[in-house]
Design a protein around this ligand. Structure first.
Ligand SMILES: [Zn+2]
Length: 235
């Protein structure tokens, strides 16, 4: 999804959100339903899954690709040029990228392989590295303090070229975590955070479904406002 698609979606969400309010006096009570929305980040032990999830359709995929061989054609032959020191999370272009942890933005800008990237120094001392962004969120700059769930930017496929270069590979978030001078495998942590997020939002959806079937519109709105993200954060 490109930025324009994201904005259109947000407008749709906002408009639909307006219809969530209590039914006007004299109008017939209707069965409440939630508009397409991003879930509020689920924070577990001070950390959250780094890509925004939605209640309508979510192409988010990752597998343990730590130290997967990276090949390139050099002088007409495929050669091993390195090992993958991170985790690739496949998501639709324009999906918000969330800070996994509390910390401070330490690096921001373009590098040849990473494209637009943001580096966060976590309060835990680790360095969290987010690469290939299609855009940086407003208000994010070197020195900005972030918390788990702060929107850093949008998923893209920038990099492998001069500033602005893109489309060398499908959109995804490359996530790196460095401890001291050593990159570590993000997969076990990210997998745990994804599972926690999916469990929590599934619980929320079940609760909403119950309230909807009972026609409890006001309680539905209250639970929905806790389950779904504050749209201001996604502009
Ligand atoms: Zn990667």
């Amino acid at each position: 999804m490109r930025m324009r698609g994201l904005r259109a979606l947000l407008v749709a969400v906002l408009c639909a959100g307006l219809s969530l309010g209590p039914a006007a006096a004299g109008r017939q009570e209707r069965r409440p339903s939630a508009p397409p929305s991003f879930y509020r980040p689920v924070v577990t032990d001070g950390m959250t899954f780094p890509v925004a999830r939605t209640n309508w359709f979510s192409v988010i995929e990752f597998e343990n690709d730590w130290h997967a061989p990276r090949m390139r054609v050099v002088d007409g032959a495929w050669r091993l040029v390195g090992l993958h020191e991170g985790l690739d999370i496949i998501a639709e272009e324009g999906t918000p990228i969330l800070s996994m942890t509390a910390g401070t933005v330490e690096r921001l800008g373009w590098t040849f392989y990473s494209g637009t990237r943001i580096g966060i120094r976590g309060q835990d001392g680790r360095y969290y590295f987010y690469a290939h962004l299609s855009g940086v969120a407003p208000g994010i700059g070197v020195g900005t303090a972030v918390r788990p769930g702060t929107v850093l930017g949008l998923v893209g496929n920038t990099g492998y070229g001069p500033p602005g270069h893109r489309d060398e590979f499908p959109p995804h978030l490359h996530l790196g975590i460095q401890e001291g001078a050593t990159w570590i495998n993000p997969y076990p942590t990210v997998r745990r955070l994804y599972a926690a997020s999916a469990r929590s939002t599934a619980r929320g959806e079940r609760r909403l479904a119950r309230l909807a079937s009972q026609g409890r519109g006001r309680m539905f709105d209250r639970v929905a406002s806790r389950l779904y993200a504050d749209l201001e954060e996604y502009r």
